[in-house]
Write a protein that binds this ligand. Structure first.
Ligand code: SAM
Length: 237
C-alpha cells in the first residue's frame, strides 16, 4: 500500500504537529491526517474520534489498509468527551463549522487549562471562532491560509492563554503584521471585503428591526476590513 497523500488543507494542519507529539483528531472521518502523521513517523500515538459510527468505521478501514490499527485508538463520542487531557499533546478539530469547534472546546473541562495545542480548521463562521477563542482563554499563535482550487481555508493554531483583544475586523480576517508570509492574504481580504459589503447592503435595505440592530457592528467590521486591505497593499509595495 502506497503511503497516504494529503490535500493542501490537511497538509497545512500536519505541518503544525511537532515531532514526537501524542495526537488526537476529533471529527476524524477518514482518518487521513493521523494515518499520514504515523506513516511519516512524526507522532508517537494517535486517537481518532468521531461523533458517528459510520465515519469512525471509515477511519478504522483507512488504518487497516495502511496496517496501522495497533497505533491508532478509535473513540466514538461528542467532541473531546472521549479523550482525557493527559493522553495527548496536540489535537486537531478540522472540517467543521467554527461554531461547532467553539462548542467542542467550550464543553471540555481541560481544554483551556492544560498545555495542549489545538489545530483548528473551521469551514464556516471563522469570525465566530476567532472571537470565541480570544474571549474564552485561548491565544491564537499562528494562522495560515491554504488554497485548494478557488477555496481559501484557514488553519488556526491556538493554545490556552490570553491575547490582546481582537478588533471586530481582526475577528473576521485574522491579525496581520508587516513582513508576514501570507501569499493568499490579499485575495482573502478582497473576498472578505466584498462579502461583508454585500451583507451591509442587505441589512441597509432591510426593514426588520433585528437587521437594523446588526448594521452598526457590521459597518464597523467593513470599515476595519477596508483599512486592513489598504494597509496590506501598502506593505506589499
Ligand atoms: C467533514 S468531516 C471532516 C473530516 C476531517 N477532520 C477533515 O478535516 O477532513 C467532519 C466530521 O466531523 C464529525 N463531527 C461533527 N461534529 C462532531 C462532534 N461534535 N464531535 C466529534 N465529531 C464530530 C462528523 O461526523 C464528520 O465525520
Amino acid at each position: 500500500m502506497r503511503p497516504i497523500e494529503l490535500t493542501p488543507r490537511l497538509l497545512a494542519l500536519a505541518r503544525q504537529v511537532p515531532q514526537g507529539a501524542r495526537f488526537a483528531d476529533v471529527g476524524t472521518d477518514h482518518a487521513r491526517l493521523p494515518v499520514w502523521l504515523l506513516e511519516q513517523g512524526i507522532i508517537q500515538s494517535a486517537i481518532a474520534s468521531d461523533l458517528r459510527e459510520g465515519p469512525l468505521e471509515q477511519a478504522r478501514e483507512t488504518a487497516r489498509r495502511h496496517a496501522l490499527t495497533d497505533q491508532l485508538s478509535f473513540r466514538l463520542g461528542d467532541g473531546l468527551a472521549p479523550i482525557r487531557g493527559e493522553e495527548i499533546d496536540v489535537c486537531a478539530i478540522a472540517g467543521m463549522g467554527g461554531e461547532t469547534i467553539a462548542a467542542i472546546l467550550s464543553a471540555c473541562r481541560w481544554a483551556a487549562s492544560g498545555g495542549h495545542t489545538f489545530l483548528l480548521q473551521p469551514m464556516t463562521s471563522v469570525e465566530d471562532l476567532r472571537g470565541w477563542l480570544w474571549r474564552s482563554g485561548f491565544r491564537i499563535i499562528h494562522e495560515e491560509l491554504v488554497g485548494e482550487g478557488r477555496t481559501i481555508y484557514v488553519v488556526i493554531t491556538a493554545i490556552p492563554g490570553s491575547m490582546v483583544p481582537m478588533t471586530p475586523a481582526e475577528e473576521w480576517a485574522g491579525r496581520q503584521y508587516r513582513g508576514m508570509e501570507a501569499p493568499l492574504r490579499g485575495t482573502y481580504l478582497d473576498r472578505l471585503c466584498g462579502r461583508v459589503a454585500g451583507m451591509v447592503e442587505g441589512l441597509r435595505r432591510s426593514t426588520r428591526p433585528e437587521d437594523l440592530e446588526k448594521l452598526p457592528r457590521l459597518e464597523e467590521v467593513l470599515t476595519g476590513l477596508n483599512k486592513m486591505k489598504e494597509e496590506w497593499d501598502r506593505w506589499q509595495q
